[in-house]
Design a protein around this ligand. Structure first.
Ligand code: ADP
Length: 754
């Protein structure tokens, strides 16, 4: 991919006055499509373009009439939280025929539409590009047959397009995530969690079938996030004799302390001869070979249903904004583009190539080119497969083959506020550490416990069930070691013969390790490989664009805000909701975008009296013109004096009876809850990378303290010494925060042009 195809900064939308954009959703529905539709409509309106919703996919384009409707700002109000697509979707046969497309172009021209945003799967995007390439011919035919005037034809010489991928399968080659995949994973992982508790009670096995005809994304990610024992995916058909190996693994798992066994099967899983492996077949194998009375659960369409996750709302909003930029700024000669995401950047992919690559994967699988098929799914897919393999192979490695003298003692601990996913990371670290022949020691209660020598060995079975548990079983404390505590810390490390230290925590964890780094000359015990991985709902850690726990907190906040909005819809009401985050506005901004807040106050942007005066004025006008609900989100430290209470009172005082105001401080619920699938996956990947780094350091007899995180296209470690240069220590947040580029997107979709 060319570098100029990656967009990190959010561009200003070009002038759209006089231009008309059509938007449609097509193919299978996916949660988050509504967020994208809303963003396209509002982004277009905000720069003066006109927007037409085309109903029921390409069918509305072919039918014309009521199938194509002009949309205003409020036509996409209150749809962010709804699953499916409010403008309908359809698998339209007529669109595959030239005669159908001719009719479609005629209808588009009747409305003056020559720019299209289509949200759908590879089929829908193919149809879009076919329409673009045939446009000139089709228009010429319409002119020749007198159905369109030559003047209209001259005004619309070409069709400009942008594609967004709506697909729960996450199958588009070249994009990290497709619209709907994250929510589908939420549905699946929730189901696995529920099944695990009943399975564990009866010591039962479950075979869970998930969607994915050609793509194993949902199955593999659900297997890692749900802590399953075995997974079957289309990209990597198992070698002959897999039935025996699967049973042996499940058996070992039971012997190591598991009370349940979960096997995940992608609906398109096959063996190497191309025969489908059905969930029923897996059940039969478990019965025949293990005597297990396994139960089959086929999750089916629930995976497509329900409210979109926080990610599917904010990311789809971001994509919709960029799709409008694309159709307004592209040229008639330029090739069609798909707007996708990768590593927190927007990617503009060549549509034809992206679709062709996507369609080539089943062929690769058929030809037995499994490694290539896996690689087409991206680096993290391949890595996740390796992680799953290592994590799910229990006792085989627990004691075998490693001389006691070679066994290293790796300690893991938490520090900082609790973050959902800490347990997931600890579980992964324990199991991966054991699988590599190490002894893993759990330090209890952060630096306080470390100084007190409060630690114990953790066995493979001790972390059973931790994958989906909120909180932190090892305990976490905010205290960092003072210079006086360092001696005790050093003694504890020495007495317990700790060879390496893995710290899963927040800002305090990093600070504590940084302090220890600066005192290495005085305390040789600190000269051991040490790695910090970011776990904090605030998402305020250096060297990582995302930290474990932040996505879960966002989901908790957005769910709460949905309920708050529902409670207020019957009256004329303003809500001022306060989120956590300390001086970091990540939670406020992203939840505000995901929940459709009208105002978002963050510490980074600050709050001025002028802003507040404008807001009051706008609010009064808005309620006078029929508004029923207003939602403002305020980050807890957005301003020292303009507090949540102050803003709520100000709005109330100025309401003149037009509306009432309620303030909601969400509080500690934001730190709780079962970690989201994304946080579980991130926790697993970070723990894996941290252990790789520790192993490398041990092998090379090095001891550089590191922190590791998600950045750009990979996870890279940074030296602990660089921390002060990367953070704004007064505000305890990174100097550079990528997500601030989302701020204009949030304003565009929430501020009606005034
Ligand atoms: P998805 O978009 O989810 O892959 P489909 O493959 O069913 O779903 O495509 C959705 C719709 O896109 C089709 O019903 C059809 O209207 C249109 N479409 C798909 N492929 C083509 C094509 N080759 N030419 C024209 N239109 C197509």
């Amino acid at each position: 991919m060319r570098v100029d195809d990656e967009l990190r900064l959010t561009p200003t939308l070009p002038d759209g006055r006089g231009l008309r954009i059509g938007i449609l959703t097509s193919g299978g529905d996916a949660q988050g499509m509504n967020a994208a539709v809303r963003a396209v409509v509002r982004s277009a309106l905000s720069v003066g373009a006109e927007v037409y919703a085309i109903y029921e996919g390409y069918q509305g384009m072919i039918d014309g009439g009521d199938g194509i409707r002009k949309f205003g700002w409020d036509d996409v109000g209150s749809i962010l939280n709804r699953g499916g697509t409010v403008i309908g979707t359809f698998r339209c046969k007529a669109m595959r025929e030239r005669s159908g497309r001719l009719k479609a172009v005629q209808n588009l021209l009747e409305h003056g539409i020559d720019r299209l945003v289509v949200i759908g799967g590879d089929g829908s995007l193919t149809g879009l590009d076919v329409l673009r390439t045939e446009w000139t011919d089709l228009v010429a035919e319409l002119v020749d047959t007198g159905r369109v005037s030559p003047e209209v034809a001259r005004e619309h010489p070409s069709l400009m397009i942008a594609g967004l991928v709506g697909s729960i399968d996450n199958d588009l080659v070249g994009s990290d995530m497709t619209i709907g995949a994250d929510t589908a994973l939420h549905r699946i992982v929730d189901a696995i969690d529920d099944l695990t508790s009943t399975a564990a009670s009866h010591q039962r096995s479950f075979v869970v079938e998930v969607m994915g005809r050609h793509c194993g994304y949902l199955a593999l990610m659900a297997a890692v996030a749900g802590g399953a024992d075995y997974v079957l995916i289309p990209e990597r058909p198992p070698e002959d004799g897999w039935e025996d190996r699967m049973c042996a693994e499940l058996k070992r798992g039971r012997q190591s302390g598991r009370r349940d066994s979960i096997v995940i099967v992608a609906e398109g899983a096959t063996d190497r001869a191309g025969n489908r492996i059905t969930s029923e077949y897996v059940r039969q194998v478990l019965k025949d070979k293990l005597g297990e009375d396994a139960r089959v659960t086929i999750l089916g369409h629930v995976q497509r249903g329900g409210r979109p996750s926080a990610y599917d709302r904010w990311a789809s909003t971001w994509l919709g904004y960029h799709a409008v930029h694309e159709v307004l700024s592209t040229t008639p000669e330029a090739e069609g583009r798909v707007i996708g995401t990768g590593a927190n950047r927007i990617h503009r992919l060549p549509l034809v190539k992206a679709v062709a690559d996507t369609k080539s994967v089943p062929g690769l699988i058929e030809q037995g080119r499994y490694n290539e098929a896996m690689r087409m799914r991206g680096r993290s897919f391949v890595e996740m497969d390796a992680i799953f393999t290592e994590l799910s192979e229990p006792a085989r490695t627990e004691t075998e083959g490693v001389e006691d003298a070679d066994r290293k003692r790796i300690a893991i601990m938490h520090a900082g506020g609790p973050a959902p996913g800490m347990n997931t990371a600890a579980r992964a670290a324990v199991r991966l550490g054991i699988s590599r022949g190490h002894t893993v020691i759990g330090i209890h209660n952060g630096f306080v416990g470390l100084a007190a020598g409060d630690m114990s060995e953790l066995a493979w079975g001790d972390v059973e069930g931790w994958a989906g548990e909120g909180g932190a079983e090892l305990g976490t404390r905010r205290e960092t070691p003072s210079t006086r505590d360092l001696y005790a810390v050093s003694r504890a490390l020495e007495d317990n013969h700790i060879d390496a230290l893995l710290v899963i925590g927040g800002y305090s964890a990093y600070e504590g390790i940084h302090t220890m780094t600066t005192e290495r000359d005085r305390y040789p015990a600190f000269r051991i490989p040490t790695v910090c991985i970011p776990a904090s709902i605030d998402n305020n850690l250096p060297g990582s664009e995302l930290s474990i726990g932040a996505d879960t907190a966002l989901n908790v906040i957005v769910e709460a805000m949905d309920k708050i909005k529902e409670s207020g819809i019957a009256s004329r009401r303003c809500f001022v909701v306060e989120t956590m985050g300390r001086d970091c506005g990540y939670l406020a901004l992203m939840s505000g975008i995901a929940a459709g807040a009208e105002r978002i106050y963050t510490n980074e942007d600050g709050i001025s009296l002028d802003d507040l005066a404008n807001d009051v004025h706008w609010l009064r006008e808005s309620f006078a013109h029929g508004r029923r609900l207003f939602l403002a989100v305020r980050n807890e430290n957005a301003s020292r004096n303009y507090t949540t209470d102050f803003i709520a009172r100000l709005l109330e005082e100025e309401s003149h009876g037009m509306y009432d105001v309620r303030q909601v401080v969400l509080g500690h619920m934001q730190q709780g809850g079962s970690p989201s699938p994304f946080d579980r996956l991130l926790a697993n990947r970070l723990a894996y990378r941290a252990l790789n780094l520790i192993d490398d350091e041990l092998a090379a007899h090095q001891d550089g303290p590191w922190f590791i995180g998600v950045n750009e296209s990979d996870m890279r470690p940074s030296k602990m010494e660089t921390m002060p240069s990367l953070v704004d220590s007064a505000h305890r947040r990174p100097r550079e925060q990528w997500w601030l580029t989302m701020s204009p997107v949030g304003r565009t979709v929430s501020d009606e042009v005034r």
